[in-house]
Ligand binder design. Structure first.
Ligand code: NAI
Length: 344
């Protein structure tokens, strides 16, 4: 019998499925995300921990679990886990490699359409202010525009398909291009990010967060985008340098942004707690302030990291997470994530 600790909010139906599936084991549930400041005493005996993207599974946190065999993240991204620290102890890290290629790509286009058709503006105008004035809601067409997809993996490929559905011209950039996809999906790779930025009206980001993708869009390259271009980010907040994005929106170089993720998003969620107990460095505070300004801008739409959140995707996430846990318990792990070796 193993002890398995689940951190982060789970809906009651999810907890029910977990309790039934793992009825032979000791199960602990904590709605609070696992972090250096939240490691409950009784959970330290866990053999497996299951976390979400709001966790901070740092080396210190891992060290607090002496019996730990596996870390299962109920997400595709795993940048919230110190993979090296886990590997040093022989702890398996497993993720949910695919559950939401359509789900996240659909959200990216949800953000884009909300901007291009001024849907949130129209909704606010009518519902909040009782005004009915379509003349102030002129948007722009997607048809005929150029879509730039950065990261042509699972989600990026789905974004390409959707972009083609809107009759956009689609360009792709990937550090590891798969040329065969061009004919299969109907798009063209360009050789560099700079070349892509120069040509696109809409930029959508679908890369994982890695050292090489930290501030991939930054103050040195953001202005290569044509004036009026729109950035959609459903990948991870720090893939875009907030200060660069903010400045390009304020001076009107960019036409808008749709962001499901922002830098320091944990800070937005729990500002009071962090200010009171955390180490709120000046950089974090500056970024947090800019996030608030971004949220208030009329041509920016921010959603709270909810791109994954559909009933179908949650069911797929739960199914795969339980498979990950079963496989670790049986000693033959699946969906294992290794520390990057020599990758860009
Ligand atoms: P994937 O691994 O299938 O594709 C990622 C692609 O990015 C690969 O083709 C890879 O070669 C490329 N890439 C890696 N480094 C690069 C670089 N430096 N420059 C250009 N391309 C690079 O991943 P998938 O499933 O498409 O997910 C992408 C990301 O989306 C996840 O890592 C996660 O961070 C994010 N995500 C966000 C969600 C949300 O709710 N907002 C939900 C699920 C994923």
């Amino acid at each position: 019998m193993a002890t398995i600790a689940f951190f982060g909010t789970l809906r009651s139906w999810e907890e029910g499925v977990i309790r039934e599936h793992l009825s032979d084991h000791t199960l602990l549930f904590y709605p609070t995300p696992l972090s250096p400041s939240f490691i409950p005493e009784e959970a330290k005996e866990a053999d497996i921990i299951s976390v979400f993207v709001d966790a901070q599974v740092s080396a210190d946190v891992i060290a607090a679990f002496p019996r730990l065999k596996g870390i299962v993240t109920r997400s595709t991204g795993y940048d919230h886990i110190d993979l090296e620290a886990a590997a040093e102890r022989g702890i398996v890290v497993a993720n949910v490699p695919s559950y939401g290629e359509n789900t996240v790509a659909e959200h990216a286009f949800g953000l884009l359409l909300a901007l291009s058709k001024r849907i949130v503006d129209g909704y606010d105008m009518l519902r909040q202010r009782g005004e009915y004035d379509p003349s102030r809601l002129t948007g722009f067409d997607l048809k005929g525009k150029t879509l730039g997809v950065v990261g042509t993996g699972r989600i990026g490929q789905h974004a390409i398909r959707i972009g083609n559905g809107f009759q956009m011209r689609v360009l792709g950039y990937d550090a590891y291009p798969r040329k065969e996809l061009e004919a299969e999906l109907g798009f063209r790779y360009v050789d560099s990010l700079e070349e892509l930025l120069r040509q696109v009206n809409v930029l959508t980001l679908h890369v994982p967060y890695l050292p090489s993708t930290h501030h991939l869009i930054n103050r040195d390259n953001i202005r290569l985008l044509p004036k009026g271009a729109v950035i959609i980010n459903t990948s991870r907040g720090p893939v875009v340098e907030t200060e660069a994005l903010f400045a390009a929106l304020v001076d009107g170089h960019l036409g808008g942004a749709g962001l499901d993720v922002v830098e320091e998003e944990g800070f937005i969620k729990d500002e009071l707690n962090l200010l009171a107990h955390g180490s709120a460095e000046q950089h974090n505070l500056r970024v947090a302030l800019m996030n608030h300004k971004l949220i208030d801008m009329p041509n920016v739409i921010v959603t709270p990291h909810s791109a994954f959140n559909t009933r179908e995707a949650l069911e797929r996430i739960l199914r795969t997470s339980l498979e990950d846990i079963d496989a670790i318990l049986q000693g033959s792990p699946v969906n294992v994530v290794e520390p990057p070796q020599g990758r860009v």
